[in-house]
Design a protein. Sequence first.
Length: 156
Amino acid sequence: MTRRTILTAAALAAALLVGATTAATPARADEGATKEAAVKALKDLAAALEAQDFDKALTILLGPPGVPPEKLKEGAGKLIERKEISSKGVDILADKGKWGSGEEVFGADKLKRYATALKVENSVFYGLKHDNAEALFLWEKDHFRVVDLDNIGKLE
């Protein structure tokens, strides 16, 4: 068994212990969890929000467990007006942002509340940050979900 196989098996076992399904088991970075894939998720989210397609936005955003979709749509509708995200800001963040594991970008302490709420390990998160603009991602099988974002629409 290779080191990669052992790590993937350990991640699967950890996910099963916390009640996740294999479909939600995050993949290793070399299996598609790249900066380009994260930027695509942000661009798709910005486009959906700018078009007020909140159903599409909720396929990208990962809200807190137990929050009804209607409540999430209401919050998603305010992300553009609050300048939490914009297409231009995503382009700047993609160009200038620091990319890496969630712990590399944000530190273990910040991730703890997200990991606890979503019942996953800190190691499943990825981050992209530039100045005060940031996005936190969770890799789900073959795509990223945006867990949190701040100030991306304020980048100029």
